[in-house]
Design a binder for this molecule. Structure first.
Ligand code: SAM
Ligand code: SF4
Length: 335
């Protein structure tokens, strides 16, 4: 039985359990599908939530019934006090207990931080890795950091931040020829591979549907190499997952564009500057920072969360001709 606050259930009956918190919009890479090479319009320092403010919003959300918190960004490990943030979030207590804490990262700071994050209460990590080739990594992220990324993945593994999920955005003519190699890398190391359809969230607004490798195409490439057995009910999880026969591994596809999973969405997002977004593609935001700095009570913050979710649309409508890409790039929303 769920003891969740009615404000976490939207008008389509979707109960929200998962809060994604962006710790910063800064990043150490410049992935082409996410950030521009230069001239990023950074959030102003004074508009960023302090750690006390961020933890307060998370506490209100967890007390309402949020059960899972994912830290993201930008690159969340660039936040100087990230270990302290994890430590404080891990101690929150909701109606069903403590939230499960995970983090999505480019892995570059994991060699320095993985053990401390684990000890502070982080359960697991999702790591972005779009290629295993150094020259291609440089083209894709505009930084020559493949070796450091691989070291970060190994550090997460050694620290016990399991299961490790590896995320790759599949792009036509860029890395689609590595779909099998990336999966084999995960099979070899005991990680879980997840391919993501590219979404219109890049800073340059250059997304082209034809450059996106579809979930169906990804699956065709995988089934040419392995026998896959589809897992049953995925609940609210964005990935459709297959076990790879003859191995311990699984592979998943997040087909956000061609097979949207909005009908079971249980996610809500808080940006690093304190704006609550009911959807990645929302055009509206709820200004929790402004409310807090204006002296709002916890009850008023909970009401604002409920109002934000009440306005949540049924779907993202990427395929609708009237679709408008959000103003913020992915790095400033929190993926
Ligand atoms: N810096 C961290 C990282 O890269 O994992 C966390 C933030 S990043 C915005 C979170 C996830 O969003 C990554 O897995 C990244 O691949 C994904 N992402 C970014 N832009 C995307 C896009 N346009 N379409 C699909 N996924 C995207
Ligand atoms: Fe940085 Fe992650 Fe965006 Fe790449 S996907 S630029 S690592 S925030």
């Amino acid at each position: 039985m769920s003891a969740a606050h009615p404000g976490l259930v939207d008008r389509f009956g979707r109960q929200h359990r998962d809060l994604r918190i962006s710790l910063t919009d800064r990043c150490s890479l410049r992935c082409t599908y996410c950030m521009p090479a230069e001239g990023v319009p950074w959030l102003q320092r004074e508009s960023m939530l302090s750690t006390d403010e961020l933890v307060r919003i998370a506490r209100v959300a967890v007390e309402m019934g949020i059960e899972e918190i994912r830290l993201t960004g930008g690159e969340p490990l660039l936040r100087a006090d990230v270990v302290d943030v994890v430590d404080r979030l891990a101690r929150l207590e909701g109606p069903t207990g403590r939230p499960e804490l995970s983090l999505t990262t480019n892995a570059l700071r994991l060699p320095a931080l993985a053990d401390r994050l684990h000890d502070a209460g982080l359960a697991r990590v999702n790591i972005s890795l779009d290629t295993l080739r150094r020259d291609r990594f440089l083209d894709l992220t505009r930084r020559d950091k493949l070796t450091e990324t691989l070291a970060g993945i190994a550090a997460a593994d050694a620290a016990g931040l399991a299961p490790i999920k590896i995320n790759a955005v599949a792009m036509r003519g860029v890395n689609e020829d590595e779909i099998v190699d990336l999966t084999q890398f995960c099979v070899t190391h005991g990680y879980q591979m997840r391919f993501i359809e590219q979404m219109p969230l890049d800073a340059g607004h250059t997304w082209d549907r034809n450059a996106m490798v579809t979930g169906e195409e990804i699956l065709a490439l995988l089934t040419a190499r392995w026998s896959l057995v589809e897992r049953g009910d995925r609940g609210a999880a964005p990935a459709q997952v297959w076990d790879i026969e003859g191995t311990e591994a699984s592979v998943g596809v997040i087909a956000s564009v061609t097979r949207p999973f909005c009908g079971t969405c249980d996610r809500v997002r808080l940006t690093a500057d304190g704006q609550l977004r009911a959807c990645l593609f929302s055009r509206e935001e709820s200004d929790l920072r402004g409310l807090m700095r204006g002296g709002a009570s916890d009850e008023q913050l909970a009401d604002a969360v409920a109002t934000c979710l009440r306005l949540k649309r049924p779907g993202h409508d990427i395929d609708d001709p009237t679709f408008l890409q959000p103003e913020r790039p992915m790095s400033a929303i929190g993926g």
